[in-house]
Design a protein around this ligand. Structure first.
Ligand code: SAH
Length: 474
């Protein structure tokens, strides 16, 4: 049925789950990828794309709800892009993630696989993030319900007042921010801090950042809560007004004595990234300390650290198990970030060599090794595809085990060729994107067999998947 130019498909029975949080229905031999629905729903779908044998669109009406559905626990669900899978019970989320890995491996990788081990689900499925970043905006995002309850101004919706907000961006819309009242991703006092900062700012009439005109004082708020209890806050300002700033920073310091590191940053640039900015310590310690098992890690305001600490422990322990170390191996930790994998496995290796692109992360890696009295690790800054050549491997020792943990794009093909040439007896491939991992496994299949595979759920209620694969030289 056609409505205007948009095609509307009615009464589609959603059958299964597809990659990327979408689900699938089939109609007249065509596969329809649907956003916002779960298997078991019957929905009307407005198509945004329609090709010969597939289409995609959004569920706009629910005729029947799947018996598998659960009531979402967050009042911001549906608007916020954060936890899109709250309507699915956790066991179903895990089942679909497991299935996606399996599908990707078969469809893209086309390699022989051992039986997959069951996905390592999280014990803690709320308040699992150690870090959240909130955005200030002079433009609050109005939900449909709020719009419906407002009297329509004479000059139409454009006349809506701009209300300041502190929370998360609306997915795909950078100038509008959802005013978050309670986020279930981080434990208290995360919500209390954010809400108190907002209240104080509104009372004192401190301006919220206006991204279109690049003006306004308050810009971002980062809250890091470690499993050790360390609590770091960094308040980012778009301009500096010393009196206002001091007032706010003192207010935060007095109201939340549990903060162990209080920072502020003045970011006058056009973008929010802090990598080239200088956070200034206002009160407390320069570092927060996070802990993985017995090991401690110093985290500075700009450092990267796995966002789900408990599941990072699981991920690393599976990685360690797959590395199958006896104690006399030369291990390479490629795409090592702040060296956390290398440091966690170093007690079982003769020597660990980490390589990472970001120089600051390598500085953290050195610090972290020192903090834990580890003396058998070396860390190098550089592009793995450039650094890891014959001379490098010759210099630091032929690899017994290579651990690789690339970003979403997967490994550079040159690195894959280098691994094939080095013929390390064992490779552990940690991936945050099973599609690119499957592609790389197919290339590695020339000399390697996949001998173990286990997904890990780092981000409950999202469709993100982490997957660990063990490969052995044939
Ligand atoms: N293993 C780490 C980090 C993995 S994230 C951990 O568990 O915490 C992937 C890392 O790869 C990032 O730190 C990113 O900076 C780095 N990276 C991306 N491209 C790279 C490249 N070409 N060479 C080296 N490192 C790279």
């Amino acid at each position: 049925m056609r409505k205007g130019k948009k095609i509307l498909l009615e009464n589609l029975e959603v059958q299964s789950y597809a990659a990327g949080g979408k689900s699938i229905a089939r109609i007249e031999g065509k596969v329809v990828f649907i956003e916002g629905a779960v298997p078991g729903d019957v929905v009307d779908v407005r198509l945004s794309k329609s090709k010969k044998d597939w289409a995609e669109g959004k569920a706009i009406r629910f005729k029947k709800l799947s018996p598998d559905r659960e009531e979402p626990f967050c009042s911001h669900f549906g608007v916020c892009g954060g936890c899109k899978w709250q309507m699915l019970p956790y066991e179903k989320q895990l089942k679909y993630k497991q299935q996606e890995v399996s599908d990707q491996m078969h469809r893209i990788g086309k390699v022989a696989l051992p039986e997959m081990q069951p996905i390592a689900g999280a014990d803690q499925i709320r308040e699992y993030r150690n870090k959240l970043e909130f955005t200030f905006s002079n433009k609050k995002y109005y939900t449909q319900e709020e719009l419906d309850s407002l009297p329509m101004p004479e000059d139409g919706p454009r006349g809506l007042p701009s209300i300041p907000a502190l929370g998360f961006h609306v997915p795909g819309s950078f100038d509008k921010v959802i005013d978050i009242d309670h986020c279930h991703l981080q434990s208290e006092p995360s919500n209390a801090i954010r809400n108190a900062v907002r209240k104080y700012a509104l009372e004192k009439e401190i301006s919220f950042y206006d991204i279109r005109n690049h003006v306004g004082l308050l810009r971002n708020l980062m809250v890091r809560l470690c499993t050790t209890g360390d609590l770091m806050v960094n308040l980012v300002w778009g301009e500096d007004d010393e009196d206002v700033r001091m007032g706010m920073m003192d207010f935060i310091k007095m109201s939340f004595p549990e903060i162990t590191s209080l920072y502020y940053t003045i970011n006058r640039k056009f973008n929010d990234s802090l990598h080239d900015q200088e956070p200034i310590l206002y009160h407390g310690n320069a570092y927060a300390v996070e802990q993985l098992g017995e090991l401690k890690f110093k985290v500075s305001p700009k450092s990267f650290f796995q966002t789900n600490t408990r599941q990072a422990e699981r991920l690393y322990s599976i990685t360690k198990e797959f590395a199958d170390l006896k104690g006399d191996e030369v291990v390479y930790d490629l795409y090592c970030g702040t060296g956390s994998i290398g440091i966690c496995i170093s007690d079982k290796a003769k020597k660990v060599i980490g390589v990472e692109l970001i120089a600051e992360a390598i500085e953290d890696a050195h610090e972290n090794a020192k903090l834990n009295n580890i003396n058998n690790t070396l860390f190098f800054t550089g592009d793995v595809a450039q650094v890891c050549d014959d001379v490098f491997f010759e210099k630091h020792g032929r690899p017994d085990v290579i651990i690789t943990d690339p970003p979403r794009a997967g490994m550079h093909e040159r690195l894959v060729q280098q691994i094939l040439q080095m013929r390390a007896p064992l490779v552990v491939y940690v991936s945050c994107n099973p599609a690119t991992q499957a592609r790389d496994l197919q290339l590695l299949a020339e000399a390697y067999d996949v001998t173990a595979i286990r997904p890990v759920d780092m981000f409950p209620h999202t469709h993100h998947i982490e997957n660990v694969v063990q490969l052995k030289l044939r």
